[in-house]
Design a protein around this ligand. Structure first.
Ligand code: PLP
Length: 396
């Protein structure tokens, strides 16, 4: 008899964003005509830049002519795309061969799919608060999850210790939700730990483009030793507004092996079996992100989000509310004032100032008492929200 995957029974309802939208809808229902200021979303609000749009249009036209038409693309990525990504890493002194770069339809897809490379019995360490997909994708496989809590005391950047055992570990830096970023020294400690324990780091670099401090690493491959213990998963979603367009990339070094098996070769085998690549049109659009003009244009958009971050950070500074993130990441992670719980603070902000954020408890139990502001909203709404925040807490 067919047996469904009963691991799905172990998934908790993903109620966070559902509960938020329910609460907002209820509020708007009973306060007709009110506007809410949304600092909760992780989606971008600015459109694709001109250089990407131009490349997409040209690629569409290519598909109209027999001479320039493209059918199936290479499963692991078009040469022009892989070359563009390798060139981007080269600017930071990271040498990749083009066949260490794989195109993807985005980081979410890869974070789940990449688990095919590991045995079900491998344990996985998740640093919390965390992007919820890390936990859920592993529950679906039935893998043992080790939760590593972080907090204000370590700046939400816990370090490994010798007693910590796991086969896989997710590191997200800059982090969603906390906005915290590992420096090279701390990341080196994780790399050394992974090599020593024969573990593999799944490094989520979805927010690398938001780093502004020169000394902070954008990629785990800036760290010596990472080529024997890490896979990097990246996305153009937040970097270049590809949330709805979908394209990302994954880097698997040739040296990454365990028990005589080579993960780069295995991923080639996986992709050539399970995908038929990412469309020619999308890869053309995505490659334009890495051109000189493309980089200039996406950086302008990122600056808009950074201005939002500044505006919110100024408000929090004025009010003396503790927070981290914001400077090198598009998220600000704050301590709820007056010892409110995450959901109490959510209700309070919605009722008193019509601001919508994300309760920290939704990212793991150690997120209780914290709150996430996203800086991806419109400038006008963010400015109004910051003003309302200051008014609300100055009155108290
Ligand atoms: N990783 C992190 C940490 C994220 O916050 C997100 C999206 O919010 C993703 C991955 C997924 O990105 P993508 O749109 O490429 O699937």
């Amino acid at each position: 008899m067919l047996k469904p995957n009963t691991n799905y029974k172990n998934l908790k309802d993903s109620y966070l964003f559902f509960r938020i939208s329910q609460k907002v809808n209820n509020y708007l229902e009973s306060h007709k005509g009110d506007k809410v200021y949304r600092l909760g979303i992780g989606d971008v609000s600015l459109p694709l830049c001109d250089e990407v749009i131009k490349a997409l249009h040209e690629a569409v036209d290519d598909q109209a002519n027999k001479a320039t038409f493209h059918g199936y693309m290479p499963e692991c990525g078009a040469d022009f795309f892989k070359k563009a990504v390798a060139g981007y890493y080269d600017q930071r002194g990271i040498k990749l061969s083009e066949d260490e770069v794989f195109v993807s339809s985005g980081a979410s897809d890869e974070l789940g799919d990449i688990l095919d490379l590991f045995d079900k019995s491998d344990s996985v360490l998740v640093i919390e608060p965390a992007y919820p997909a890390y936990v859920d994708a592993n529950i679906m496989v039935g893998r043992q999850i080790i939760h590593l809590s972080s907090g204000k005391e370590n700046g939400f950047l816990p370090l490994p210790d010798d007693n910590q055992k796991a086969d896989l570990i997710y590191i997200c830096s800059p982090n969603n939700p906390t906005g915290a970023v590992y420096d090279k020294k701390s990341l080196k400690m994780w790399v050394d730990w992974a090599n020593k324990n024969k573990a593999v780091i799944l490094f989520d670099a979805a927010y690398e483009a938001f780093i502004e401090d020169e000394a902070l690493p954008h990629s785990i491959f800036e760290i010596e030793g990472a080529r024997t213990c890490a896979i990097e998963i990246c996305s153009l979603s937040k970097t270049a507004g590809f949330t709805g367009t979908r394209c990302g990339y994954t880097v698997i070094p040739k040296e990454l092996e365990r028990e005589g098996m080579n993960f780069n070769n295995m991923w080639v085998r996986n992709r050539t079996t399970k995908t038929n690549g990412v469309s020619y049109i999308l890869q053309k659009g995505a490659a334009a992100v890495f051109t000189e003009k493309g980089q200039e244009q996406i950086k302008k958009n990122i600056q808009v989000y950074k201005q939002n971050a500044k505006c919110l950070m100024q408000a929090l500074d004025k009010l003396g509310i503790w927070y981290c993130g914001g400077k090198n990441a598009p998220y600000i992670w704050l301590k709820c004032p007056d010892n409110m719980s995450s959901w109490e603070f959510f209700d309070y902000l919605l009722e008193k100032a019509q601001i919508v954020g994300t309760p920290g408890e939704g990212f793991g139990s150690c997120g209780e008492g914290y709150f996430r502001f996203s800086t991806f909203g419109s400038v006008e709404d963010t400015e109004e929200a910051a003003k309302r925040l200051v008014e609300l807490f100055s009155k108290k």
